[in-house]
Design a protein around this ligand. Structure first.
Ligand code: ZN
Length: 293
């Protein structure tokens, strides 16, 4: 179960991994916490009449196409996008925003989904939200709380039969190390690196907090599924500019030089050995049999 804040996050964070596990016969569910109603239109080609006034609907259509591209199931938790507040001082979040929902309430909603779907593995964002969007930070809090509570019969007794997930991971796709590998390759072939600006930003971030690679415990080989990830990204046409940074590095170069996606094992109830190459490492086949089947 991959828990994400907005439609399109599932396609930019751990997407190829979900596509791989789905292709290998696992049930994979993307849970999208908000409708992405406050996302700006980031693709100039889609900034046209008839899109913005029906953005909720458009984002639902985009999400359905992205889920189909990845081969995963998808479910909306039904909260409202908080938007990315900008300015100094930051304006208050709009009323009704996901980030303002009481944690208990949002946790119960996610616990209900966990108890129905019965995931062995849950993925989410780290405590910084991966990047500090209020919905991403809330996504982290709710996912951790649901991971802890879902198996406890005392908590949320009206939210279904308890189910205890085995592992919780954070997505860590945006690493400086990965960009540096590509930058080196561009230097080697004598071409300007198309993600220089992005890399400079990440250098600043890494100087403050260290690169996320130092937190990575698990690298999942999924290069074969990069084209599906790219299709899923392109399906979010209002959010992802096909001429933008996500597509700046040729897929084949990524497959050759960085064929994995990165995760941090945040919590586990099974024994495993770090580093890992599989999110299901340590989970026995016996545990994965659904007793209802
Ligand atoms: Zn997001």
């Amino acid at each position: 179960m991959a828990v994400h804040a907005h439609p399109d996050d599932e396609s930019s964070k751990g997407a190829a991994t979900t596509a791989r596990y789905a292709a290998e016969g696992n049930e994979v569910l993307v849970v999208t916490l908000t409708g992405g109603e406050r996302g700006d239109i980031l693709n100039p080609a889609m900034d046209v009449p008839g899109i913005k006034d029906r953005i909720t609907e458009v984002r639902r259509e985009e999400m359905a196409a992205a889920a189909a591209a990845l081969g995963v199931e998808q479910l909306w938790l039904g909260y409202t996008d908080s938007g990315l507040p900008e300015g100094d001082p930051l304006p208050p979040l709009p009323e009704g925003s996901f980030a303002l929902v009481p944690l208990e309430e949002a946790t119960e909603a996610l616990v209900k989904v966990v108890r129905e779907f019965k995931p062995h593995v849950i993925t989410t964002y780290d405590e910084m939200g991966g990047y500090p969007h209020p919905d991403h930070i809330m996504c982290h809090k709710v996912s951790v709380a649901a991971y802890e509570a879902a198996g406890d019969p005392e908590q949320f007794p009206d939210a279904g039969e308890p189910w205890t997930p085995s592992k919780l991971y954070y997505n860590h796709g945006f690493s400086l190390t990965r960009l540096e590998v590509f930058a080196d390759e561009y230097a080697r072939i004598g071409e300007p690196f198309p993600m220089q600006e992005w890399m400079d930003r990440m250098r600043k971030y890494a100087a403050e907090r260290g690169d996320v690679m130092s937190r990575v415990t698990t690298q999942v080989e999924c290069a074969k599924y990069f084209p599906q990830r790219d299709d899923a990204l392109r399906a979010h046409a209002t959010q992802i500019d096909p001429n933008g940074a996500f597509f700046a590095i040729p897929t084949e170069m990524q497959q050759k030089l960085w064929p994995t996606e990165e995760f941090e094992l945040a919590k586990t109830r099974v024994r495993t050995a770090i580093p890992e190459t599989d999110l299901f490492a340590g989970i026995d086949d016996a545990d994965t049999e659904d007793p209802d089947r």
